[in-house]
Design a protein. Sequence first.
Length: 236
Amino acid sequence: MGYTVVLTPGSNQITRGEITVSITGVIYVGYIVTNPVNQYQVIVSFNGGTSFSSSLPVSSVVPVPSPLPVVGFGFNVLPTANIAIDRSTSPNQGTLYAVWQDNRAGYADVLLARSVDGGLSWTAPQSVTGASAGAQHFFPAIDVSPVTGVIKIVYYTNQITASLLDVFVAESSDGGNTFTNLRITDSSFNPNGISPVPVVTIGNFIDVTIVPNNGFFAVWTDALSGFQQIYGSNGM
């Protein structure tokens, strides 16, 4: 049977943790601290999770407003940490990718930072969305191809119509240096569905998994039918 390990100090306010494991079995856990500072942090285990390192800072975080400052939006947008590692034989093998939503530009955007030394140091955060300033992009999820190292990041966005949502995928084939973005929803949807008042949650989570070599399958909560349902999409 397993056993329980306390990973973070009890004095901090911390959001949902996310985990990734290297090809050699090193475990990385990413999370966002919201008190006393807003910061993305990572802890590392070299012994299968028996013990973990002290926290390693990735980046400061500017929390996005919850709800977002969009007419008709009333759903919670809590800080979410995402992390993935390149297990491929590509030149970027072993690179860690930390992804989160951030309001430092004055609107919600999806940022990525990279580490090539096991989380000890990280690049400056960069936007992956490539969208015009002012649109809201949030709830990112990341996966990396174990064959080629291609990165896929899915996220919600209102960049097509301000009052409606879509899901986009950002893809990088050069280790996160540059990204292309494609819409994967067929139609924009009202997050409130048929509700006469803004809903307080849209499911909050979204996910993506790589389908080797470079394909993917994404799932998210959609209200195109008027009701919240799980939608999915596959792509290359």
